[in-house]
Write a protein that binds this ligand. Structure first.
Ligand code: HEM
Length: 103
């Protein structure tokens, strides 16, 4: 979605990143359901903050749009209700990450 984001992953092992994404999805969903902090998100929010990876706030919006585009592409039952469910479920974790951007 952006050159800047591509640059952030210049040295990343993308095969490994698939596993990272799967685990992240699990913790994001769990955070949305339980609504309490967990060690995983806490640690990730720190690595992504202004002083570390410097993942800017708007990158999370790109992240969500990419996720929705992927679901649309791969889920034959995709409709506006499914889209809304994904957006609502991931909004909590994204909010958490954004809140911790500036340490
Ligand atoms: C809510 C959304 C996100 C979650 C849950 C998440 C989770 C993770 C996790 C678990 C890791 C591996 C552990 C670590 O290095 O700390 C990681 C690495 C990384 N993430 Fe994210 N991430 C999110 C969004 C983003 C976004 C929007 C970007 C945009 C650029 C990004 C960029 C990176 C980079 C550059 C790495 C390091 C990759 C490497 O090892 O080379 N992340 N992320």
């Amino acid at each position: 979605m952006s050159e800047d984001i591509r640059d952030k992953f210049a040295n990343t092992d993308m095969e490994n990143q698939i596993g990272v994404l799967q685990k992240s999805m699990y913790h994001m969903i769990s955070f949305h359901i339980l609504k309490t902090e967990n060690d995983f998100l806490d640690r990730i929010a720190e690595t992504h903050n202004h002083s570390h990876y410097d993942i800017k706030l708007e990158y999370y919006d790109h992240w969500l749009e990419s996720l929705i585009a992927t679901v649309k592409e791969t889920d034959p039952l995709f409709d506006s209700e499914v889209e809304l469910a994904w957006r609502i479920t991931f909004s909590s974790g994204i909010l958490y990450m954004k809140m911790h951007y500036d340490p």
